[in-house]
Write a protein that binds this ligand. Sequence first.
Ligand code: VGL
Ligand code: ZN
Length: 210
Amino acid sequence: MVTLCASDLLVLVDIQNDFCPGGALAVADGNAVVPQANELARRFHAAGGGVVLTQDWHPPGHSSFASSHPVANPFETIQLDYGPQTLWPAHCVQGTVGAEFHAGLDVPMASLVVRKGFRPGIDSYSAFFENDRRTPTGLAGYCRERGFTRLYFAGLATDFCVAYSAEDAARCGFASVLLTGASRAIDLHGSLEAAMARLSAAGVAVVETV
Ligand code: VGL
Ligand code: ZN
């Protein structure tokens, strides 16, 4: 186990009902990350480090939902004005139970919730940039102002929101670590392998736990 310190930040990504078994976009074994996320959060906090959460937060009829397009099915990829976009079943709709954090998530020390995907016409996998890869969420500025230099990512789903976040953290100049033990993947058409290749190219450390 490495020694954590005050400049270490744990980012818990999208640990929400819709990504857990029974949810609208369930990730296999997604709920298994909850106790691990709780334990990680306790350790980061005890070491003086930070904890933040992300929350997928879509308006009804969001452009990433297959149901918002006339002839498209969930899990197909279409071209939107900012590039390719995979279409999903409607999920994490603002104010619904599916968008709530898993009830077992016990992280009262979390100092910030970054909501993403709230603009109707653009999705946001990453906690730093929307899917045009340019529109910032503000998280990089928060990290800089708070003095966090090493960012650790865990949650749902490994190959989408966790990977895109970890990759963008590295691009923004932070040391970036993806914790696979506290993450679970969707693995759609080889997306996990593709994500791992991008992470390695971006210089993200991929480890089971910290
Ligand atoms: C996610 C697909 C759509 C994720 C969010 O949290 O990985 N995946 N919205
Ligand atoms: Zn989403």
